[in-house]
Design a binder for this molecule. Structure first.
Ligand code: DX5
Length: 227
């Protein structure tokens, strides 16, 4: 169980925006910049209209990094593939509530496999859909774009949804936001209660990754000072 303790605000680079031709070097750059987690976007071309990569990529990177591996399953049958990602070296697995027939059983099997569990909801999915499973998860992921592609615009209404999720889960659960997270959109999600900020383009879409991480950290500190 390597998800950072709550109480800190974490920047989580998403490898979907990285150069796949030199992925280990890309990951090493953000690790050197001081992040503690990295996200793997797993897409099956069915639940979302895009195909990314699978357990072999996670397994290939595992020996090259000490970061917490946060695996975001945007796939139709998460219970069928979750264990393969655990074996590949995932530390945390998030599945979508829209895809899980028996979410509580899936959370239990993830915990038994020794990883932390998260539940995600799409922009159009109401917070009430996670009311039963969220108390058993270490993390709730509020999608701030429609899943499937990097580089999309942040959906402003999702800040209010983060606030509702924070009211629902209290302070002991991490709230992750994903999609269109930039230094411009960080203040509103931190103000609303998010503490785990996934960023693809805003970090791997730049040439100086350390400057990108430092820049985002400055904005977070300013937002924290206001809360
Ligand atoms: C989209 C993915 C995101 C995406 C974020 O479905 O879940 O993780 O890679 O990329 P940006 O930060 O570019 O929106």
């Amino acid at each position: 169980m390597r998800l950072p303790r709550t109480g800190t605000i974490e920047i989580v680079p998403s490898v979907l925006a990285a150069d796949f031709g030199c992925l280990a070097a890309e990951v090493a750059q953000v690790e050197a910049a001081g992040v503690k987690m990295i996200q793997f976007d797993i897409m099956d071309g069915h639940f979302v209209p895009n195909i990314s990569f699978g357990p072999p990529i996670v397994a290939a990177l595992r020996p090259h990094s000490t970061l917490a591996f946060d695996v975001h399953l945007m796939i139709s049958e998460p219970q069928r593939y979750a264990e393969a990602f655990v074996r590949a070296g995932a530390d945390h697995i998030t599945f979508h509530i829209e895809t899980a027939d028996r979410p509580l059983d899936l959370v239990e099997s993830l915990h038994k496999a020794g990883v932390t569990a998260g539940v995600a909801l799409n922009p159009e999915t109401d917070v009430l859909r996670i009311i039963d499973v969220a108390p058993y998860c270490e993390l709730v992921l509020v999608m701030t774009v429609h899943p499937g592609f990097g580089g999309q615009e942040f959906i402003p209404q999702m800040a209010e949804k983060v606030r509702r999720v924070r009211e629902l889960v209290g302070p002991a659960t991490r709230i992750e936001v994903d999609g269109g997270i930039t230094p411009e959109t960080v203040p509103q999600v931190v103000d609303a209660g998010a503490d785990t900020l996934v960023a693809g383009t805003a970090i791997f879409g730049t040439t100086d990754r350390r400057a990108a991480v430092d820049g985002m950290r400055d904005v977070i500190e300013q937002a924290e000072a206001r809360v």
